[in-house]
Design a protein around this ligand. Structure first.
Ligand SMILES: Nc1ncnc2c1ncn2[C@@H]1O[C@H](COP(=O)(O)OP(=O)(O)O)[C@@H](O)[C@H]1O
Ligand SMILES: [Mg+2]
Length: 256
């Protein structure tokens, strides 16, 4: 595999909070266009892993490369201004979507989507508005673009949050339980958007409790427990015939 085809390459990520080792040597390589689902029990380190991938959380050790930006961490080393610059470059390649949407309540949907390209990238208003409208069309929110977030359903808010992340033209999208706060039919609207992005070739990593989505839409599923990737594979194998006893136990618990 040519390195170009690997969008994200994380090696041996480690992260502790005090004495609690939350991530113990996690590695993940993601190909362009892949949709990777991460499943696992609550508290196993899924959110910490995603947050480390875009350096919202600084890992204690390991290497992260996303596109052409590489950040290496060694335990005991401080966080310098040069590190912060690197982190900034790395984050420019990453779109992040949270369970709780995190839209700016004082701005309309359209303004939410236009804000970062205009303020961070300093793109002209005409251009950012054209891109924002196109993205809102894609996520089915053109009708709602002049409304404020609190007047929208959770599903609409999450689709707006996806459009906002896409406006920065990320190489990879990270989702942390994007549908956990939503009723099933609203969750489905969000999952449809993620499927459409997958069809367009977007690279996506999704922490999810939605096993139906993980099975139907993923190219690959990772099962994480105790801060480690216990097992990974194609969804049909992971769900129908997992190799590891811990994966089997987790899936059994979910079904019962
Ligand atoms: N900022 C933090 N400070 C201290 N402990 C944390 C912090 N963030 C997460 N943790 C702990 O790390 C563990 C993994 O958390 P998290 O990554 O949120 O798990 P998950 O997303 O799989 O539920 C939990 O025990 C959690 O309490
Ligand atoms: Mg979490």
């Amino acid at each position: 595999m040519a390195d170009d085809d690997i969008v994200l390459d994380a090696r041996s990520l480690r992260k502790s909070f005090g004495a609690h080792a939350v991530l113990k040597d996690i590695s993940l390589r993601v190909e362009r266009g892949e949709l990777v689902s991460i499943i696992g029990p609550s508290g196993c380190g899924k959110s910490t892993f995603l947050r480390c991938l875009n350096l919202l959380e600084v890992p204690d050790g390991g290497v992260i490369r996303i596109e052409d930006v590489r950040v290496e961490r060694q335990s005991g080393r401080g966080w310098t201004r040069a590190d912060e610059r690197q982190a900034h470059q790395l984050r420019a390649h990453v779109g992040m979507v949270f369970q709780s949407f995190n839209l700016f309540p004082q701005y309309t949907v359209l303004e939410n989507v236009m804000l970062a390209p205009r303020c961070v990238r300093r793109r002209p208003t005409g251009e950012t508005e054209a891109v924002a409208r196109e993205l809102l069309y894609k996520v089915g929110l053109v009708q709602a673009m002049d409304r404020y977030p609190q007047t929208l359903s959770g599903g609409q808010q999450q689709r707006a949050a996806i459009a906002r992340a896409l406006a920065m033209k990320p190489a990879v999208m990270l989702y942390d339980e994007p549908t956990s706060a939503l009723d099933p039919e609203l969750a489905e609207e969000v999952l449809q958007v993620m499927r459409a992005l997958d069809n367009e070739g977007m690279t996506q990593i999704v922490v999810t409790h939605d096993m139906r989505f993980a099975r139907a839409a993923s190219d690959r599923v990772l099962y994480v427990e105790g801060g480690e990737i216990v097992e990974e594979g194609v969804p049909d194998t992971m769900f129908a015939a997992p190799h590891d006893a811990r994966t089997r136990r987790f899936l059994r618990t979910l079904l019962s």
